[in-house]
Design a protein around this ligand. Structure first.
Ligand SMILES: Nc1nc2c(ncn2[C@@H]2O[C@H](COP(=O)(O)OP(=O)(O)OP(=O)(O)O)[C@@H](O)[C@H]2O)c(=O)[nH]1
Ligand SMILES: [Mg+2]
Length: 280
C-alpha cells in the first residue's frame, strides 16, 4: 500500500461499511484528555458511523471522564469505563478488552485520544483485518510516516522497534505502535490474564503473544501526527520497563527450545520475503 492508497481520490467515497466484520468497538484510553476526547469521538463517529466507542478513563483530574459521560448520554454508541486511578495504558486496555468481550464485540480497535491515530484511516485497518487476526497501523513500513515529531522521539521509536525486532525475532516494523485492530478470537486465543505490562511495552507484549500463537499479523502504513492538545504521558519509567522486558524476553527466546525454533522459522520466513521483494 502507498501514500495514495490511504487518501481516497477526490470525489470517491471511502468504504465505510464493515458490517461483515461484526460489531466493532474503538477503545480510547484517556488520562487528562479533556481537550481531545470530544474531538476524537466526533471524528471516529464521522469516519465509520457503525462503530461503537469505549472511553477508558483513569479518573482524570481534568474532568475527561465527565465529558465522556456527557458524550455517552447524547450518543448510545459511546460508552465509558471509569477506572479508579492512573494504572497505565496497558491496564486500561485490558479492562477495555474484558468489557468488549463481555459485551459481544467482534473487533476491538486501539486508538489514542490525542489525534495521533487518524480516525479517517480506520478503514485501512478494518479492510486489512478481513485477512488477518491482528492489524498494526505502522509508521515504519513504506508509505507510513510521522509528522511534527522531534528527532529524539523518532530515534527512540525507530531504535526501540529495531531492538524489539532483533531481540524477539518479530517480523514487524512497528511493534510499539498503538493504532491496532484485533479480532475478538485473537484476544481469546492469547492469555490476557498473564499480561503484566503497564506502559507502552504492552503493545509489544500483545503483538509478541499473537505471533507466538501462530496467528496472522499484518502491518498497514499510517500517517501518525504528534498531539497538538494536552500533554504527553511518556516517562522514563515507561522506557525502562520496555527495555528491561524486551531484554528478558529475548534471553528467554534463546534459552528455550521452543523460542530457538521460532527464531529459526522467523529468519527463514524473513529471508523468503526479502527474496520475493527483490524478485529473486
Ligand atoms: N486510561 C489511561 N490512559 C492513558 C494512560 N497513560 C496514557 N494514556 C492514554 O494513552 C494514549 C497515549 O498516551 P500519550 O500521552 O499520547 O502517549 P504518546 O503518544 O507516547 O505521547 P505524545 O507523543 O506526547 O502524544 C492517550 O490517549 C493517553 O491519554 C493511563 O495511565 N491510563
Ligand atoms: Mg500521543
Amino acid at each position: 500500500m502507498t501514500d495514495s492508497a490511504s487518501e481516497p481520490a477526490p470525489g470517491s467515497s471511502p468504504e465505510t461499511d464493515f458490517s461483515d466484520l461484526g460489531k466493532i468497538l474503538v477503545i480510547v484510553p484517556t488520562y487528562n484528555e479533556s481537550g481531545n476526547v470530544r474531538l476524537i469521538t466526533d471524528r471516529v463517529r464521522a469516519a465509520i458511523p457503525e462503530v461503537h466507542i469505549l472511553v477508558a478513563d483513569d479518573n482524570s483530574p481534568d474532568g475527561t471522564g465527565d465529558i465522556a459521560d456527557e458524550l455517552a448520554a447524547a450518543d448510545e454508541q459511546i460508552h465509558v469505563l471509569h477506572r479508579q486511578g492512573k494504572e497505565g495504558l496497558g491496564a486500561a486496555y485490558l479492562a477495555g478488552f474484558e468489557w468488549a468481550l463481555a459485551n459481544g464485540y467482534d473487533v476491538m480497535i486501539e486508538m489514542d485520544a490525542d489525534g495521533s491515530h487518524r480516525p479517517e484511516q480506520l478503514s485501512l485497518l478494518l479492510d486489512a483485518l478481513r485477512d488477518a487476526d491482528l492489524v498494526l497501523g505502522s509508521r515504519w513500513v513504506p508509505g507510513g510516516s510521522v509528522q511534527n515529531w522531534p528527532k529524539s522521539r523518532e530515534i527512540l521509536s525507530r531504535g526501540g522497534n529495531w531492538y524489539t525486532r532483533v531481540a524477539l525475532a518479530l517480523p514487524l516494523r512497528d511493534a510499539t505502535g498503538g493504532y491496532r485492530a484485533y479480532r475478538a478470537s485473537t484476544l481469546r486465543a492469547i492469555d490476557l490474564n498473564g499480561v503484566g505490562s503497564a506502559g507502552y511495552i504492552f503493545q509489544v507484549d500483545l503483538a509478541y503473544r499473537v505471533i507466538q500463537a501462530g496467528l496472522r499479523v499484518v502491518e498497514v502504513p499510517i500517517q501518525f501526527t504528534e498531539r497538538e492538545i494536552g500533554t504527553s504521558k511518556m516517562s522514563q519509567s515507561i522506557v525502562t520497563e520496555a527495555l528491561w522486558k524486551v531484554t528478558v524476553w529475548g534471553v528467554r527466546e534463546r534459552v528455550t527450545k521452543q523460542g530457538r525454533s521460532r527464531i529459526k522459522q522467523t529468519r527463514a520466513l524473513t529471508k523468503q520475503q526479502s527474496q520475493r521483494e527483490i524478485g529473486a
